[in-house]
Design a protein around this ligand. Structure first.
Ligand SMILES: Nc1ncnc2c1ncn2[C@@H]1O[C@H](COP(=O)(O)OP(=O)(O)OP(=O)(O)O)[C@@H](O)[C@H]1O
Length: 230
């Protein structure tokens, strides 16, 4: 299972105000590794996550998830791929207010069409695995920023996605929580063997990643991918 983008072109706007973010982008992401996307604001990190996650269809090129081109699927099949194979964790967690940590995970099960009751103990185990076994019945407003992010991570992993896309996971947490969260993300990528791609400005996330992709080099056509730290 890998994610491979080939010849991907993305443009926004019309002729008089057109932005070409990618022009024939090629990059591959491997399973069981956490890849950090690093680069200045506007370098295309979020756009890459949107294209990889079938949220944005490229003007041309292929987005191959396990060999299947997501860019070429119908809207209905793209929606199904998003539901069944892709997990998302976007800035500040986007938890549902008023629901306990356990119910945040069960809501995702409910949306996927399964019966939540059968999954309660599995949801509790998933929260325990991210260090929240003592916060199962807490609601978002009763959790710290780092705890909320960990609930969002457990929720994203709960449906066992092949591909997990994460945008600025440490934006709303303090420095020590950022380091812990970054380490936890890398551990989950290794243990769950998913493709994990994380857009970040945070050196702590780049430090914990198995690979850092420099967006500036990538969009210049150099597809640079230096191993980070280890
Ligand atoms: N919907 C849109 N319409 C027009 N231009 C857009 C749109 N979305 C993104 N862009 C442009 O595409 C470029 C890449 O944006 P993107 O959000 O992917 O960058 P980023 O690296 O994630 O930035 P940041 O670090 O600030 O989040 C920017 O120049 C941005 O202005």
């Amino acid at each position: 299972m890998s994610l491979e983008l080939t010849g991907v072109t993305v443009t926004f706007g019309r002729t008089d105000a057109r932005t070409t973010v990618f022009d024939g982008l090629d990059v591959t992401f491997e399973p069981g590794r956490m890849t950090a996307l690093a680069g200045p604001s506007g370098s295309g990190k979020s756009t890459l996550l949107a294209v990889a996650g079938a949220l944005l269809r490229p003007a041309s090129g292929q987005v191959l998830l396990d060999g299947e081109d997501l860019a070429a699927l119908t809207d209905a099949r793209r929606a199904r791929a998003r539901r069944e194979r892709i997990g998302y964790m976007f800035q500040s967690g986007n938890l549902l207010s008023g629901l306990t940590a356990t119910d945040q995970l069960l809501a995702a099960v409910y949306i996927s069409g399964a019966r939540p009751r059968a999954h309660r103990s599995r949801a509790e185990e998933a929260l325990t695995r991210v260090g929240l076994g003592h916060r199962l019945r807490h609601r978002p407003e009763q959790l710290s920023g780092g705890e909320r992010q960990r609930v969002a991570l457990a929720r994203a992993l709960f449906l066992e996605p092949k591909l997990l896309l994460i945008d600025e996971p440490t934006a709303a947490v303090d420095r020590s929580q950022a380091g812990d969260l970054a380490t936890l993300l890398a551990e989950r990528a290794h243990q769950d063997n998913c493709v994990m791609v994380v857009a970040t400005h945070d050196p702590a996330v780049a430090e914990a990643a198995d690979r850092v992709v420099d967006m500036t080099a990538l969009t210049a056509g150099a597809a640079s991918a230096a191993p980070a730290g280890r």
